[in-house]
Design a protein around this ligand. Structure first.
Ligand code: FEO
Length: 575
């Protein structure tokens, strides 16, 4: 049964539904969530899912985002008397799920808060008045009675240090919060429409889970000790039932591929300090785009042996500046001492400010790393205002630069070893020369492309192969719009030269280039022979590229007689 309480004004609605015996979902539907965090790159809003499990005892699993305060609390009170809640299970403490913990505990002061040690510690600072709590870890069970026997599974770093999963042996529902989620908002309670949700599911994995691929594999291994999984009650998006097994296996396949990478970058950050977590996530996303593995490490909650092991194994180190005072400063200083003692010559290093109001200064630490022989692989990221889209994009691009720097020897080797007959034969495939230009929110980007072909006639459509480590790739998700600018034979050198340049992270690709705005918002290059306004329909993963199929809405040629510039190559395994 599904009931909707709606407010079309802000497009925030609440959906209530029975999902299993004695198990009710309260889903807060945020239809128009702005793109702010990097993982909200797609078009489809998000949901925050909370659950009530009724045995002889009653458990509430997670709450909602604070923006749903009135709607969520009203829905909760219509569904259950809060004084009947025995346990409030906290899967993880980020505010989109724990934003209403304080309010729920005011209504349900008798509830025992259940979570990992890290989660309980965080909530003690957040809730500001005493509450009863129970710290749990993998293998601990909590029998609610009447067929609801819960077992907890630690899943640290998916994607926060405090994450845990909860499995109900009675209904075989696995409550996972962020894990196996997606930012996809619709009335659909379940995952019937796999085609609709697949791009969001993948993009969300890339942003939140891929930087912790080894932790994902560890959590999947721990999940192996549970029974069958009838449904996944995740914290974002439609719940998984129809394709649960397949979508869980995707996590395994994708994580195994990440964990097989030859090189790894350790990203050290301080959760809950300034914007350290979000900025580190954007950096990790950028590194991951190059195929280099990332391991995210909490500077303040990880034991020194693990920090040493990760820092020694890493080909590169990225470090978010911790606070300069307080308990976290002391813990971070110890951790940084361990990293410095483990660091070695030729490792890449990159530092970023957290904008927490009390950051340790960057330069003295950078000097120490330099003196040890580490190579700064992007300019230190100094944050002077509240991070927005442009800052996160800068971090992503800095991460990509670092990943590409680590792979530079392999790339050069690959380019030099190209004289097989196959490479030469592939080189006889020619393409035109094009510049793709895109704008999304306040972000703009551009890329020289030649792997472009018409792909359909009705509707008109094109396919473009875009390397996974291109900055513009994030602006070419399903539903995004862009311009395909066609360069003119004999008149393309200056545009090609400009866009082939290596731009520093966050640089404006259009400085000094004459453009006008297309009806879809993207820049049209004044010097192009023709342009096509395109919208991304689907993306196919092809090893190191995405092949992006887009329909074409409109277009124009500036010179009727001119021809398209053609790109002839000698060999086929690089551009
Ligand atoms: Fe959905 Fe990590 O919060």
């Amino acid at each position: 049964m599904v009931a909707l309480a709606s407010s079309t004004e802000k497009r925030l609605t609440v959906q209530l539904a029975e999902i299993a015996s004695g198990t009710t979902a309260i889903r807060s539907l945020d239809w128009d969530r702005d793109r702010f965090d990097i993982e909200f790159g797609l078009q489809n809003g998000t949901t925050y899912n909370s659950f009530i499990i009724r045995g002889d005892k009653v458990a509430l699993v997670d709450t909602s985002h604070a923006k749903f305060r009135d709607r969520y609390i009203a829905c909760l009170q219509e569904t259950i008397d809060p004084r009947e809640i025995d346990y409030l299970i906290i899967s993880h403490t980020e505010p989109d799920h724990s934003g209403l913990v304080r309010e729920v505990l005011e209504l349900a002061p008798q509830a025992v808060v259940v979570g990992t040690k890290v989660a309980i510690q965080f909530l003690e600072g957040f809730v500001h008045h005493p509450f009863e709590s129970r710290i749990v870890k993998s293998g601990i069970r909590l029998d609610l009675g009447d067929g609801h026997d819960l077992e907890f599974v630690n899943a640290p770093n998916l994607h926060w240090p405090d994450t845990m999963l909860t499995y109900d042996w009675g209904t075989q529902v696995l409550f996972t919060c962020d894990v196996f989620g997606m930012h996809y908002c619709s009335d659909a309670l379940w995952d019937e429409d796999l085609e609709a949700i697949a791009p969001d599911y993948r993009f969300y994995f890339e942003c939140l889970m891929a930087p912790n691929a080894r932790s994902v594999l560890m959590a999947l291994k721990r999940m192996g000790g549970l029974g069958d999984i009838e449904a996944v009650a995740n914290g974002h998006g439609p719940l998984l039932k129809h394709h649960a097994e397949e979508l869980i296996e995707c996590y395994r396949t994708w994580s195994q591929a990440k964990a097989k990478a030859e090189k790894m970058v350790a990203v050290f950050y301080v959760p809950n300090y300034g914007y350290s977590d979000r900025l580190s996530q954007a950096l990790a996303y950028g590194i991951g785009k190059t195929g280099v593995e990332v391991e995210m490490v909490d500077l303040t909650g990880t034991d020194q042996q693990e920090i040493r092991e990760v820092a020694e194994r890493a080909a590169g180190i990225v470090l978010g500046m911790p606070p300069s005072s307080g308990r976290e400063a002391t813990e971070a200083a110890t951790a940084i001492g361990t990293i410095l003692a483990s660091a070695r010559e030729k490792q890449a290093i990159g530092l970023f400010e957290a904008y927490g109001g009390d950051d340790e200064p960057i330069d003295p630490l950078l000097t120490r790393f330099r003196n040890l022989g580490l190579k700064p692989s992007f300019p230190s990221i100094r944050i002077t205002e509240t991070p927005g889209e442009a800052t996160y994009k800068l971090c992503e691009e800095a991460g990509t630069d670092l990943g590409q720097w680590l792979l530079r020897e392999k790339t050069v080797k690959q380019m030099k070893s190209l004289d097989s007959d196959l490479d030469k034969a592939m080189g006889r495939l020619s393409g035109g020369l094009y510049i793709i230009t895109a704008k999304k929110g306040e972000l703009k980007s551009a890329m020289l492309a030649s792997w472009v072909a018409q792909a359909s006639a009705e509707p008109l459509g094109v396919s473009i192969a875009v390397a996974k480590d291109r900055a513009i790739e994030a602006l070419m998700q399903v539903g995004d719009r862009f311009i395909l600018n066609v360069l003119e034979a004999g008149n393309y050198q200056s545009l090609m030269k400009h866009f082939l340049k290596r731009f520093p992270p966050g640089a404006d690709r259009f400085e000094g280039v004459e453009t006008r705005q297309a009806s879809n918002g993207a820049p049209i290059l004044a010097g192009a022979l023709a342009y096509l306004e395109c919208e991304v329909v689907s993306r196919m993963e092809c090893s190191d590229h995405w092949v992006i199929y887009s329909t074409v809405d409109t277009g124009r040629v500036s010179k009727a007689e001119a021809l398209t510039a053609v790109h002839h190559r000698k060999v086929g395994n690089h551009y």
